[in-house]
Design a protein around this ligand. Structure first.
Ligand SMILES: Cc1cc2nc3c(=O)[nH]c(=O)nc-3n(C[C@H](O)[C@H](O)[C@H](O)COP(=O)(O)OP(=O)(O)OC[C@H]3O[C@@H](n4cnc5c(N)ncnc54)[C@H](O)[C@@H]3O)c2cc1C
Length: 943
C-alpha cells in the first residue's frame, strides 16, 4: 500500500494548502511540549534560604555587613555554607543556617564569629527564602529543602517517567484508534493538566498532575510527529518533520521568556499552559490521516479526507482511493503474509519491532541512537550550565542553538541522505568528547565552544532520528516505533544525571561514556537502510524488504524459483513461466553476473507504465526474472481499452527497418516458442491462444524476401502453396502456406493480468504525465506506453498508423488468408474472425469510418466469398505505435543531480503481438542492468 499511498501526494500535492494548515496547527501545539518539559527549570528552582525564626528581628549581621532587613543580605549571599546572625527585639541572638538554627547562650555583643556555647534547634518555624528573583516556587511553597530536598529532586524524574510511559502508551493507542483522536485527547489534556498543576494544593497532587501532564505531552509529541509525517508528501517531508523539533525548541525559548516576566510559580504555570490555547480551540477540525485510514481499510473515510485535501489544494480531479487498493485486495502476497485484511486489524505490539532479524537489528540500532542522542544532549547541556551569565538568556540560547541543528540536519538529510548525515554527526560528537579531554582546564572559552559544538552535533543526530525512525518502520507500527524510540530517549535523559555524577569518579567519565556510545551508534548506523526518496512502507514485509541485504535474499531465494510471495498457481504451465537459465544466459552473456547483482540489491521497486500486450508481458518477464523486485503496472487504460485489444493478434512479424533482422527473428522466435507452449497447455483456452493454419498470397511474383521471409523457419510447416491450393485465389499468382499462432486479444491480456496478480504485481489506473513524477516511489521505470510515448517522452519518431478492423461472426472460416501486402486479411479466432484492414499513416482519429468498413468487408469477401454470410459486425479502430525501430533501450534521466533509470520498450508498430515476449525479455534484461547499476552506486555510497 505504501507506494500507492504516496501517490496521494502526487495527485493532491505534497504540501498543499490543507497540509500547510494541518502542519502549522500541529507543530504550534508541539511548542507546548517544549514548554512543559522545561517548565520545572524555573518552577522548581531552589532559591537561597535559611532557617526561619519566630519573633521580631532588630538586627541582622552577615560577616561585616549589618542590615535591618533580610532581603538586603541575599545580595551578599555567596554559599550554602554561610549563616546569618540575627538579633531579636527580646535580645536573643541566633545563627540561622540553611537547615538548622542555633541560639547563642552568651551573646551580648553582636559579632559574626562566636566561640561560646550554642543550643542547636531544627527549623521548626519554616524557612526564610530569597525572593528577589522568584516570589515563589514549588520549593518555597512546600518547603522542599533540607530533609525534604529529595522531593524537589524527584520532580523532574517523575515528569520524565510520565514522558516515558506516555510515549509508549499513546504511540500504541494512535496505531489502534487513529492519530486524530490521540491528537485531540493529548492536546486537550495538556491544557487541562497544565492549568490543574497551577491549582494543586500539596506536593503530592502537584507531582501526580505533572505526571499526567508529562504523559499527554509526550503522547502528543510522538503522535503529532507521525501525524505530520503522514500528511505531508515525500517532497516536503524532511523539512516538515524536522521543524517539529524547531517548534519544541521554541517552547524552551518561551519558558525562558515567561520565566523572565512572571516570578510566581503558579501564575507562570498558567501563562505557560495558555500559550497554545488557540490550538485547543481548533484542533477538533484536524482530519485523520489517509495513511492510517487506508491501513485500517476504511476506504470511504480515506476518500473523504482525500476529497477535502483536493478541495483545499484546488485539485479538480482527486485520485480515487478505490484505485489504490482494488488490486491489492486479491494480492496473494498480502493474503499470505497477513499484512492486510485480517492483519491490518491485528493489534500490533512492541514485539513486532523484533518480528524478524532485519527488523530486530534495526530496532536495536535505532534505540541505541535515541538513547545516545538523549544522553549526549543532556550531558552537554548540563555541562553548559557553567557558562555563567544570565540564566534566562542561557536557557533562551540553549533553545536557540537547536534551530541551526535542524537546518543543518535538513540540508544533510536531503542532500546526503538520512543515514549518511547521521553517521558523521554521531562520530563527530564522539570525536568532540575526546577533544574536550585534551583541552587544558584553564582554556575555558575553548571548552565552552567545544561543549556547544558537541551539543550541536548530537543535536543534529538527535533531531534526525525522529524522521529516520518514522521512515524505517511501516505504517502499522510507525507510531509504536517512534514511541518506543522516544522511550529509549527518556531512559537516556533519566540516566544522564547519574552519568554526570560519575564526574566524581573521573572528571571526564561522562564524556567518555557519551563518546563510546556515539561511536558505537555511528558504526551500527552503517547497517541501516537509506530511506531518502523512498516511499513510506505500510507492512512489515515491505519494511523488511527495504533493509534486506543480498545475503539473506540470495541465501533463501534461488533465481528461477519463486520466493514464497510469488508462488504460482498449481495449474500454471511450469516450463512457460519459469525463467530458463539457459535461455537467459544465451540472450545475455552477463546474465549470471546480473543475477548476483540483482539478488544483492534490496527489493528494487519497478514501475511498468502501460498495460497493453507489451507492458503486461514486460512486467511478467521482470517479475519472473527478478522475483525479489516489487513490480507495479501503472496505466491510464487496461483491457479492453488498449490498442492491443483491437489487434488481430496473429503471429506474423512486421519488419522494422531500423532493427537488425537477426534481432527481430530472435524476438519472434522467443514469442512463438512461449505461445506455442501455452497453446499446448491446459491454459490455452483461458489465454485464448491457438494454432491457426492458412495462406499468405501474392498477386505478383514475390520478391526473394517475400519468397522466404526471415521468420519462415520459426512458424510451422512453411511451404509454397500448391497449384491446387492457389485455385482458391484466382487473382493471385503465388502463395505460402504455414501454421502460426493467434492470440485472442482480450482473453490473452486478461490471462497476463491474472499471472501478474499471482506473482504479486500490483496494478493501478493512473495516467503518467511525466516519468519524473514516479521517481520518488520507484527505483526503475519501464516505459511501455505504445503510441502514448509520443506525448509522454516527446518521441517525434513515433507516429500512429491508424488501423480499422471488423470483428465478425463466421465460425465456418477456419484458415487465415493474408494478402501479400498485408492490407487485406482474414484471421479466424476462437470467438470471431478479424477482417482487415487499413494503414493510415499519422492519422490519430479513433472513430470508425463507415466507408472504410464497407471497403474492408468487400475486399475480404472477394478473398473469402463465404463471408457475405457473416453476422454481428463490430468495427474497431486502433493506432499502431509505428517507429523506424522498436525503442528498446536503457536511459538514465537526470534532473537536479537525481538520476532516474528508465527502460523504454515501445514502438512495435503492426507487429506487437508477434514479438511481445521477445522484447519483454530484452526489457527485463535491461532492467537487470539498471538494478546492477543501482547496486553499484549504493555500494560506492557505502564506501
Ligand atoms: C488494427 C490493428 C491490428 C493489429 N494486428 C496485429 C496482429 O495481428 N499481430 C501483431 O503482431 N500486431 C498487430 N497489431 C499491432 C499491435 O496491436 C501493437 O503493436 C501492439 O498492440 C502494441 O502494444 P503496446 O502494448 O505497445 O501498446 P498499447 O496496446 O497501445 O498499450 C499502451 C498502454 O500504455 C498506456 N499508456 C499510454 N500512455 C500512457 C500514459 N501517459 N500514462 C499511463 N499509461 C499510458 C495505454 O493506456 C495502454 O495501456 C495490430 C494493430 C492494429 C491497430
Amino acid at each position: 500500500m505504501a507506494p500507492s499511498s504516496e501517490r496521494l501526494f502526487d495527485s493532491l500535492g505534497h504540501f498543499g494548502r490543507l497540509q500547510a494548515c494541518v502542519y502549522f496547527a500541529s507543530v504550534f501545539q508541539a511548542m507546548s511540549c517544549g514548554i512543559h518539559y522545561l517548565a520545572s527549570v524555573f518552577m522548581a528552582v531552589t532559591p537561597n534560604f535559611v532557617c526561619g525564626i519566630h519573633g521580631n528581628v532588630s538586627n541582622i549581621l552577615f560577616y561585616n555587613s549589618s542590615e535591618s532587613s533580610i532581603e538586603d543580605i541575599w545580595t551578599l549571599w555567596t554559599s550554602t555554607e554561610n549563616y546569618i546572625v540575627v538579633q531579636l527585639e527580646n535580645g536573643e541572638i541566633w545563627e540561622l543556617n540553611q537547615c538548622s538554627r542555633s541560639k547563642r547562650e552568651v551573646g551580648l555583643d553582636l559579632a559574626y564569629e562566636y566561640k561560646g556555647n550554642k543550643s542547636i534547634y531544627s527549623c521548626s518555624d519554616g524557612f526564610l527564602y530569597d525572593d528577589t528573583k522568584w516570589k515563589s516556587t514549588v520549593v518555597t511553597q512546600w518547603d522542599l529543602v533540607c530533609d525534604r530536598e529529595w522531593l524537589a529532586k524527584l520532580i523532574q524524574p517523575t515528569f520524565m517517567l510520565g514522558v516515558l510511559i506516555g510515549a509508549v502508551i499513546f504511540g500504541d493507542i494512535a496505531d489502534r484508534l487513529g492519530r486524530q483522536r490521540v491528537i485531540w485527547f493529548t492536546s486537550a489534556g495538556q491544557f487541562l493538566f497544565g492549568i490543574a498543576v497551577a491549582f494543586t494544593y500539596d506536593y503530592y497532587s502537584f507531582v501526580i498532575v505533572r505526571f499526567l501532564l508529562a504523559m499527554v505531552s509526550s503522547g502528543y509529541l510522538v503522535v503529532a510527529f507521525v501525524y505530520v509525517t503522514e500528511f505531508v508528501g515525500i517532497k516536503a517531508r524532511t523539512w516538515a518533520s524536522m521543524h517539529v523539533h524547531a517548534f519544541f525548541a521554541m517552547g524552551i525559548m518561551v519558558v525562558a521568556l515567561v520565566g523572565f516576566l512572571v516570578r510566581t510559580w503558579w501564575v507562570y504555570q498558567i501563562f505557560l499552559s495558555v500559550a497554545t490555547l488557540p490550538f485547543i480551540l481548533c484542533c477538533w477540525m484536524l482530519p485523520e490521516t489517509p495513511f492510517w485510514l487506508l491501513s485500517e481499510k476504511r476506504y470511504e473515510d480515506a476518500q473523504k479526507v482525500v476529497d477535502i485535501m483536493a478541495r483545499w489544494n484546488k485539485v479538480t480531479t482527486p485520485c480515487k482511493v478505490s484505485e489504490l487498493y482494488s488490486v491489492q485486495q486479491d494480492d496473494p502476497v498480502r493474503d499470505r503474509t497477513g499484512d492486510n485484511g485480517t492483519s491490518s486489524r491485528k493489534k500490533h505490539n512492541i514485539l513486532d519491532l523484533f518480528c524478524n532479524w532485519h527488523i530486530a537489528r534495526r530496532t536495536i540500532t535505532v534505540w541505541l541512537i535515541w538513547f545516545t542522542g538523549s544522553l549526549g544532549y543532556y550531558v552537554f547541556s548540563l555541562s553548559s550550565v557553567s557558562l555563567g551569565g544570565n540564566e534566562y538568556l542561557n536557557l533562551f540560547l540553549i533553545g536557540a542553538v537547536e534551530l541551526p541543528c535542524y537546518i543543518i540536519a535538513c540540508i544533510g538529510m536531503d542532500k546526503l541522505g538520512r543515514r549518511n548525515t547521521l553517521i558523521p554527526f554521531l562520530i563527530l560528537s564522539a570525536l568532540i568528547c575526546v577533544l574536550i579531554m585534551f583541552i587544558p582546564q584553564d582554556f575555558s572559552i575553548l571548552i565552552i565552544l567545544a561543549n556547544m559544538a558537541g551539543k550541536f552535533s548530537i543535536g543534529v543526530a538527535f533531531g534526525l532520528i525522529y524522521l529516520y525512525t518514522a521512515e524505517l518502520y511501516p505504517t502499522i507500527v510507525r507510531s509504536l516505533a517512534v514511541g518506543s524510540g522516544s522511550m529509549m530517549c527518556r531512559v537516556g535523559s533519566v540516566v544522564a544525571p547519574f552519568c554526570v555524577y560519575l564526574r566524581s569518579v573521573w572528571i571526564f567519565m561522562p564524556l567518555l561514556l557519551v563518546g563510546i556510545m556515539a561511536l558505537l551508534s555511528g558504526i551500527l548506523t552503517i547497517m541501516l537502510p537509506e530511506t531518502l526518496g523512498k516511499p513510506l512502507t505500510n507492512t512489515l514485509v515491505e519494511a523488511t524488504e527495504m533493509g534486506r541485504n543480498g545475503k539473506s535474499c540470495s541465501g533463501k531465494t534461488p533465481p528461477g524459483q519463486s520466493a514464497p510471495p510469488r508462488q504460482r498457481t498449481p495449474s500454471s504451465p511450469a516450463p512457460l513461466l519459469r525463467p530458463s537459465r539457459k535461455s537467459d544466459s544465451s540472450s545475455s552473456p552477463g546474465a549470471s553476473l546480473l543475477w548476483l547483482c540483482t539478488l544483492e540489491m534490496a527489493a528494487p521497486k519497478v514501475a511498468v507504465v502501460g498495460a497493453g500486450v507489451v507492458g503486461l508481458s514486460t512486467a511478467l518477464c521482470i517479475v519472473e526474472t527478478f522475483p525479489s523486485c516489487s513490480v507495479t503496472v501503472l496505466s491510464d487504460q487496461f483491457s479492453p481499452n488498449t490498442t492491443s485489444n483491437v489487434a488481430a493478434g496473429i503471429l506474423i512479424p512486421h519488419t522494422y527497418p531500423g532493427t537488425p533482422i537477426h534481432v527481430q527473428k530472435q524476438w519472434f522466435k522467443e514469442t512463438f516458442t512461449y505461445l506455442f507452449a501455452l497453446s499446448n497447455s491446459n491454459e490455452a483456452s483461458e489465454a485464448g491462444v491457438h494454432l491457426v493454419s492458412g495462406w499468405q498470397i501474392f498477386k505478383n511474383t514475390p520478391t526473394p524476401k517475400e519468397e522466404l521471409p526471415f521468420w519462415s523457419d520459426v512458424v510451422l510447416g512453411f511451404r509454397p502453396m500448391s497449384e491446387a491450393e492457389l485455385q482458391k485465389f484466382p487473382q493471385h499468382q503465388f502463395g505460402q502456406a504455414f501454421t502460426t499462432l493467434k492470440c485472442e486479444c482480450p482473453p490473452y491480456l486478461l490471462w497476463l493480468e491474472k499471472r501478474l496478480k499471482a506473482n504479486g504485481v500490483q496494478m493501478y489506473t493512473r495516467k503518467v504525465a511525466d516519468l519524473w513524477e514516479l521517481h520518488s516511489e520507484y527505483n526503475i521505470i519501464v516505459n511501455c506506453t505504445g503510441i502514448g510515448a509520443h506525448q509522454l517522452v516527446g518521441d517525434e519518431k513515433l507516429l500512429p498508423v491508424r488501423g480499422q478492423v471488423l470483428k465478425v461472426h463466421a465460425p465456418w472460416v477456419k484458415n487465415f488468408i493474408r494478402d501479400g501486402d498485408g492490407l487485406t486479411y482474414i484471421y479466424p479466432g476462437i470467438h470471431s474472425v478479424t477482417l482487415g484492414g487499413t494503414r493510415e499513416q499519422e492519422k490519430w482519429s479513433l472513430s470508425p469510418d463507415p466507408g472504410t468498413t464497407k471497403d474492408i468487408f468487400d475486399r475480404c469477401c472477394s478473398l473469402e466469398p463465404s463471408l457475405w454470410g457473416a453476422q454481428n459486425i463490430e468495427v474497431k479502430v486502433g493506432l499502431r505505435p509505428s517507429r523506424w525501430c522498436v525503442r528498446l533501450e536503457r536511459q538514465v534521466l537526470s534532473r537536479g543531480g537525481v538520476k532516474l533509470p528508465v527502460v523504454h520498450n515501445y514502438g512495435h508498430g503492426a507487429g506487437g503481438f508477434s514479438v511481445h515476449r521477445g522484447t519483454a525479455k530484452e526489457a527485463a534484461r535491461l532492467v537487470g542492468e539498471c538494478i546492477a547499476a543501482l547496486q553499484g552506486s549504493s555500494s560506492r555510497a557505502k564506501l
